[in-house]
Each structure stands twice: as structure tokens, then as C-alpha cells.
Design a protein around this ligand. Structure first.
Ligand SMILES: Cc1ncc(COP(=O)(O)O)c(C=O)c1O
Length: 497
């Protein structure tokens, strides 16, 4: 490290000779920074390159290099036979000192940084925790990444690339890669009872993205939107961003309480619902409620958004048919994702749009950005059409049922009296109810301090709930990890009053 000589000490800090950044680049950066911050004022004369090199104990070439760059970018000017000066031509708004004063003088004119939408989405979250890094128990929404068929996926990827590289490199179709849309339409009609043709399938970067597009296409500011309470934070964030009037609708053992919703708001524009497996409590929307909901939508013209995020994982009996399959009036927009059934970073989801909405949704999809990689979509289409997808789902269903049993056993042994957890016939997480009076956010914090991630039920609620609970994902973790985490969670919960 070279200490800077006193006459230039208000300009430079130190030049670091051990850094991987070349000395001339460091010198350039510091001179530029000093000019922008006003420490070297416009019109100020600089020492000659020779003087500066001496003062900083640098080779003259190093200083010449830095100066050349600053001349080229207009920060310095050379006057022949006179010397080097800081340019007087720097636009005022480049100078941070003046810029900062200007902002202070005229805050309203120059102070609007972001839109109302920007402000709304900045203040909301799509997930309750700030969990980063590799998933650890009991983070939710995590498939068994230890059981993903990596080799097979890699083989399909290599084959696709080799066989159709030039065909899949250009921008893709705005609605998504047609063979994938075909594969999804056929998968959904056979396994989920969804009524659709491939033209209704719009590929998105996940189901949250699909929700965002749908909200943009159908909502005006102030429109009423029913949302399950407790419910998916991502949907709440999207609807808040769209400036909708959120109507929290309670759920009970039969799922969304349609008549309670109608009492609160009889004429919603949008209804967001998770019929197969209510998010996060896990009940199924009963047939009578399904019919009641469809009747209401038919009568009022409301759009129902059916989020079928984890319906592949039903451990008892057959997967339930989708609400969309019962809809005779084209009021349901069906949304699905491969995040849970394959892996989250695949970023492929889809909307099945009623025919009246397809065009608007496809356009909104393309205005918001081009389609994601055709290569990924093509590999996924092959994975589905060659039967690997169905096999993977069958394997995961078995594995997840086993992992749920492990969690229940560990809970019975370690968490008795601390967390009341019941088996569930579906899904990727369980709800553990805390004893009366225990604050679920405090419980979640205490668990986090011991390396266990459990989300508090209250984070998903718009209206206060009577009893606290924790949400525990189990699908992504081996037995050993589940047992260790259950013990740590018990230790954490014992610290609470
Ligand atoms: C209920 C629900 N819907 C949608 C999503 C979003 O999934 P994607 O990764 O496809 O955006 C999630 C993710 O956690 C979810 O839990």
C-alpha cells in the first residue's frame, strides 16, 4: 500500500498494489470520483503527470494511462503548453454535490423516484421469511432435490441442444413453445380434468408471473378481489400491486367460505382460490362450494383464478379434478407451475385462459418480456411426452408420503405438547398448531435462531386468527434432517412461555 502525499490526500485514499485492479485503473477511478464529488473542482489545474507520479511513487506511464482515459471521457482537458485541467464542461447534473443541493431545494419536482405501483410492491412481500441459501428444514415449497433425475435431465438437455440448436435460439413464440403447450394441455385434460386446447395454454415464468399478467389484464384500480384468508402472500402482493380492493374471505373445513365472501362483497371482479389444497391450511374445496362459487361467478361476471400449485401430490385416492373442469361459463382461469413438481428455478408455469382472454393474456405476456429459454421449454416438453414426468411424479408421491410419515413420527416423539400436527392426504407441508396463547411469530424466530425455518401462520393472515400455528415443509429433507430439526424445534419452543 502506498500512502498518498499530503497535497493530494484530499483527493485520493490509497492505491492498493496488491489489488487485482491495475494501478492506472485505481488512479482513474479515484480521480473520476473526486471530480464527480467536487473535491477536484471544474477548472482546477492538476499537477503534471511527472509531479503526480513522483508524489504517488508511481511510474509515469501509470499516470499517463489514467489521464488518457479521463481525457477521452471528457473529465480532463489538456491545454497545450499550460497543463491539465478539470473540465468546465461537465454537466451540472453529473456533479453529485450540486445535484444533491438541487434535490434539497426542489424535492417535489425532482423527488418522484418510483410510481405508485413501485411503492406498493416495495412495501409488500411474496414470502413470509427472508430465507436464503440452501434449503434447510422445514422451509416450504422445496421439492426433494436429492431425488431429482439430474442425469436424465442432462441427457435430454444435451440431445435437444445437439439436435435442434439453431431452431431454438431465436425469440420464441409469445404464448410459449408449442410442443410444451401441447404436452401441458394433454397432461391437464387427462390427469386434472381441465378442459382446454393447446391454444389456451400460455407459458409464463412461473405461476406468480401468470397471476401478475392476469391481474394486469382484468383488474382496474379499486376493483374488488376476493382472497383466501389465510392465503398465498404472492397473490396478495400481486393484487395489492394492482391496486385492487382486497376482500379477505375466511376458509373453513370445506375451503373458501363462499357465502361469507358474498356477504362481504357480492360483486367481486376477481376471486383467487386454491381449491385442490387450500394454501396454507390444506383443506379441499368441497363440491357444493365449487358449484356455489361457479354460480356466483356466472351470475356476477367475476373471474375465478384457480391456483393449482401442488395438486400432483395427493397421497390418498385419486387427484381431484380441477374446478376449471366444472366450469360451463368460461369464468375460470387455471394457473399451474412446475416449481413444486420439478424444481423451483425452472421458472416455467402456465395459465389456461378462457378463449375470450387468450389474446389479451398472450399480448400482456409478450409486453412484459420475451418468453423464457426455448431450450428449457423443449426439454420439459420431451420430459413430459416421453413419460418421464409421470414416472417422476409417481416416485415423488411415494417419497413425500414417506417423508410426511417421518415428520409425524418425529413430531410425536419430540414435539408432543408443543406442536399439534395431523397427517394430511395431500401437499408438501403440514401445519403444526401451537398451544393456545403462544405467539407463532415468536416461535418462528426462536426456531430460526436454532437453524430451523418454520413460517408462522399469522404471516398469511389478513385478519387475526384465534390460534397460532407453524408451517413445516417436509418434502425436501431426509429422515435424518427431519429428526434433527424436530429436536431443535422442540428446544426452541420450550424457551417460549
Ligand atoms: C400457492 C402458491 N401459488 C403459486 C406459487 C408460485 O409458484 P411459482 O414458483 O410458479 O411462481 C407458490 C410458491 O410458493 C405457491 O405456494
Amino acid at each position: 500500500m502506498a500512502k498518498i502525499a499530503s497535497s493530494l490526500s484530499n483527493v485520493f485514499t490509497v492505491l492498493d498494489r496488491s489489488s487485482s485492479t491495475a494501478l492506472h485503473r485505481q488512479l482513474y477511478n479515484q480521480l473520476r470520483e473526486a471530480i464527480l464529488a467536487g473535491r477536484l473542482a471544474p477548472g482546477m489545474r492538476l499537477p503534471s503527470t511527472r509531479e503526480m507520479a513522483n508524489e504517488l511513487s508511481l511510474a509515469r506511464n501509470t499516470v499517463l494511462n489514467a489521464f488518457d482515459q479521463l481525457y477521452a471521457e471528457g473529465y480532463l482537458v489538456r491545454r497545450v503548453g499550460d497543463g491539465t485541467y478539470v473540465s468546465r464542461e461537465l454537466p451540472d447534473d453529473l456533479l453529485r454535490i450540486k445535484g444533491a443541493q438541487a434535490v434539497r431545494k426542489h424535492p417535489p419536482q425532482s423527488g418522484r423516484l418510483i410510481s405508485e405501483w413501485g411503492a406498493a410492491v416495495t412495501s409488500i412481500s411474496v414470502s413470509p421469511g427472508t430465507y436464503h441459501g440452501p434449503p434447510r428444514p422445514f422451509r416450504t415449497g422445496t421439492p426433494a432435490l436429492d431425488a431429482f433425475p439430474y442425469k436424465l435431465w442432462g441427457r435430454l438437455l444435451a440431445r435437444r441442444w445437439k439436435e435442434s440448436g439453431p431452431a431454438i435460439i431465436p425469440y420464441g413464440d409469445s404464448a410459449g413453445y408449442l410442443p410444451l403447450r401441447n404436452a401441458i394441455a394433454s397432461y391437464l385434460s387427462t390427469t386434472r380434468g381441465v378442459q382446454c386446447v393447446p391454444e389456451q395454454v400460455v407459458i409464463t415464468s412461473g405461476s406468480l408471473h401468470a397471476l401478475e399478467i392476469i391481474a394486469r389484464v382484468i383488474l382496474e384500480r379499486g376493483d374488488s378481489a376476493w382472497i383466501e384468508d389465510p392465503g398465498f402472500l404472492g397473490a396478495r402482493a400481486v393484487l395489492t400491486g394492482a391496486k385492487a380492493r382486497l376482500v379477505p374471505v375466511p376458509v373453513d373445513a370445506d375451503g373458501l367460505n363462499v357465502s361469507a365472501g358474498a356477504r362481504r362483497c357480492a360483486n367481486p371482479r376477481l376471486i383467487y382460490v386454491t381449491p385442490s389444497h387450500q394454501y396454507p391450511l390444506g383443506m379441499t374445496l368441497s363440491l357444493s362450494r365449487r358449484l356455489e362459487l361457479l354460480r356466483l361467478a356466472g351470475k356476477t361476471g367475476a373471474w375465478i383464478v384457480e391456483d393449482d400449485y401442488d395438486s400432483e401430490f395427493r397421497y390418498l385416492g385419486q387427484p381431484l379434478a380441477a374446478l376449471q373442469g366444472l366450469d360451463t361459463e368460461q369464468r375460470v382461469i387455471y394457473v399451474g407451475t412446475f416449481s413444486k413438481v420439478l424444481f423451483p428455478s425452472i421458472r416455467i408455469g402456465y395459465a389456461i385462459a378462457p378463449t375470450d382472454l387468450v389474446d389479451a393474456i398472450v399480448h400482456a405476456r409478450s409486453v412484459g418480456g420475451h418468453q423464457s429459454q426455448t431450450l428449457d421449454q423443449a426439454v420439459l416438453a420431451d420430459f413430459i411426452s416421453e413419460g418421464h414426468f409421470a414416472r417422476h411424479v409417481r416416485r415423488m408421491r411415494k417419497l413425500y408420503a414417506e417423508r410426511q410419515q417421518v415428520l409425524l413420527k418425529a413430531a410425536r416423539s419430540e414435539l408432543d405438547g408443543l406442536l399439534d400436527m395431523k397427517a394430511s392426504g395431500a401437499g408438501m407441508h403440514l401445519i403444526g398448531w401451537l398451544p393456545e396463547g403462544v405467539d407463532d411469530r415468536a416461535a418462528s424466530r426462536a426456531a430460526f435462531d436454532r437453524g430451523v425455518e418454520v413460517t408462522p401462520l399469522s404471516a398469511y393472515c389478513l385478519e387475526p386468527q384465534q390460534r397460532g400455528a407453524l408451517r413445516l415443509g417436509y418434502t425436501g429433507y431426509t429422515s435424518k434432517k427431519i429428526w434433527t430439526a424436530a429436536r431443535r424445534l422442540a428446544a426452541a419452543l420450550k424457551t417460549l412461555d
